[in-house]
Design a protein around this ligand. Sequence first.
Ligand code: GDP
Ligand code: IMO
Ligand code: MG
Length: 437
Amino acid sequence: MPLDIVVGTQWGDEGKGRFVDLLSAKADYVARFNGGDNAGHTVTVGQQTFKLHLIPSGIVQPHTIGIIGNGVAVNPVILQSEMKGLKDGGVDISPKRLQLSYGAHLITPAHLALDKAQEIARGSSKIGTTLRGIGPAYTSKVSRQGIRFLDMLDRAKLKTKIQKQVAEINLQLTKLYQHDPLDSGLVAEEFEQYAGLLKPYISDVSLILNDALREDRRVLAEGAQGTLLDLDHGTYPFVTSSSPTAGGALVGLGLGPGFEDRVIGVTKSFQTRVGSGPFPTEITGDLATELRGTGEQPWDEFGTTTGRPRRVGWLDLVLLRYAVRINGINELAITKLDVLSGFDQLFICSSYRKNGSEVTELPYGPGDLTGFEPVYKELSGWHEDITAISKWNDLPEKAQAYIHSIEELIGVRIRLVSVGPERDQVIDRNPPELQKT
Ligand code: GDP
Ligand code: IMO
Ligand code: MG
């Protein structure tokens, strides 16, 4: 079957972008299906580094067609600047290479203002959002007051809708949150300009993708965020407002089930989270600083979108097992094994203990993890630099043992092992004749 789906298994930033870039080498279409510019996907190719928030990471490969699906929420200001950045970096970004779903919803300045006002009002129980207007934009969608790319095809309709939306959100901003209102006329004017620019890109991407899949052309679905940030299945309410899981790929692109081949779950070799919410295996102090890095290296654990230091901890296999189930993951890809080089001991959380009993599955999902104590399996670390290793057999035995332990405890094979941010710093454990991607 010609559809591969890449999802994050943790709280985002697993390194999905680098794998999407790699897997895109054999894809005809690369399609983003959820989230908005809250995402930050970094792709490193030689001297060039692309930081993408909205446009699928696969666009960096010259032969692919990038798709933004109906499940994505798009801030046209960011889209336009990202298109310009790619163009300046030598990437063709004409409508031949990028298509936007008529059903994708627009993030407006009113959503940004509301996101900020709501976070301030939440005080100490703030979610720690990226302040990109994501929650309010999906709220507009669900409450059937959203504005879609389709509305950009009719300038008069767009103007009326924008003015109505801004007026309604102004009421909330001023009456509920005591913030200044926005000028709806100015917002409408700005969006009319974007409509002119983006019109040639707007199309029925569900039709394009379904036709392509029926002709056996390869489609790679690229998720933003991760399973534990999923609105339905994540650590609610500390989640994002879309569906980053495999089911979200189908809904967010207008596909039915049955086309899927590989459902690839990307996990980091350890755990990170940016923003508030439960994190049972979180560590602090010197060890955490060592794992996070100081910010000198581009891959150190600081948010791509917000620059915030990420919370760090040991790999949590209870949550990974959960992610495998929620997404139907049939293959895992692991990143940043190189970052673990140099630790004497490593820990992986194999189960939790609550009220004296050990659990490997969560009775009521990951929302409330109070009282669940991680039970760790201790493993010996390795000290070799592994960043230049391209064959599984050349990895230090202890690094192999780390990967094997995860596989044994999860029951899913880890096929791809990444040992650095570069395109070629990946070990594919399949024999060459089976390396179709
Ligand atoms: P995404 O949001 O899941 O696409 O991940 P991000 O791009 O936000 O964060 C991953 C970061 O780690 C990026 O800076 C990548 O270039 C980098 N990266 C990915 N894989 C590896 C790896 O195996 N080793 C190292 N050192 N860095 C990596
Ligand atoms: P990628 O695609 C990591 C987090 C925010 C916050 C919560 C809700 O790069 O993996 P939102 O702005 O979505 O309303 O914030 O979700 N968050 C991410 N964390 N990586 C991301 O994307 C994220 N997108 C949102 O930090 O905790
Ligand atoms: Mg990221």
